[in-house]
Design a protein around this ligand. Structure first.
Ligand code: COA
Length: 168
């Protein structure tokens, strides 16, 4: 049986590799240059935006858990952040990211991590658990809807065919 434990400093390389893979998958319509930029800047973003240190994200009320397989290998992670709903002011537990390493998918471990997120919310006395997911990520969407998640908001985007060329 896999086990879930807190993130440790030595998990950084495994965390980053899986997080970059998750991020790249949601950048499918981006150009190779944009993908490359993401790859280069994401480690810095984690450090600057999420105040990443040896304990993982250090922004307020964030926690990062690691899933280990039977042999102690890194098999996935769950990053949770406590937030306040902008409209209602009610607390909610946001699943910043959830991922299982590719060789371990389809074994029920993603569900196990999400069950842990729900358990964590109950333990903290928080009723709402929320997340954002790429509309094309059918596997993840199926997992979430099977577990009882509903679509509450949608983000929409249009890619314009013609724009004025500017330097960024
Ligand atoms: C999404 C992810 C976490 C699911 O983890 P997993 O361990 O593969 O999922 P599980 O084995 O626990 O399966 C849970 C459910 O996912 C769905 N699922 C699993 N494999 C699937 C597949 N090949 N196709 C479609 N749905 C699938 C099913 O609903 C399944 O429930 P069931 O077993 O009762 O049918 C995993 O695929 C992953 O890490 N993907 C890359 C990172 C990612 O996209 N993270 C989500 C960001 S929001």
């Amino acid at each position: 049986m896999p086990r879930i434990r807190p993130y440790r400093d030595e998990d950084w390389a495994s965390f980053l590799a899986l997080d970059l893979e998750t991020g790249r998958a949601s950048l499918r319509s981006s150009t190779p240059a944009e993908q490359e930029r993401f790859q280069e800047t994401w480690p810095r973003t984690l450090k600057e935006k999420f105040g990443w240190n040896e304990a993982g994200p250090s922004t307020d009320k964030a926690s990062l858990l690691v899933l280990e397989d039977d042999d102690g290998w890194y098999a996935g992670h769950l990053w949770l952040s406590e937030q306040v709903d902008l409209f209602s002011g009610a607390p909610k537990l946001f699943v910043t990211t959830l991922a299982v390493t590719s060789q371990n998918r389809g074994r029920g471990w993603g569900r196990l991590l999400m069950e842990r997120a729900l358990e964590e919310a109950r333990r903290r006395g928080i009723r709402a658990v929320a997340l954002g997911v790429d509309a094309r990520n059918e596997r993840a969407r199926k997992l979430y809807s099977d577990m009882g998640f509903d679509v509450t908001r949608m983000s929409m985007e249009i890619q314009l065919r013609q724009v004025v060329q500017t330097e960024h």
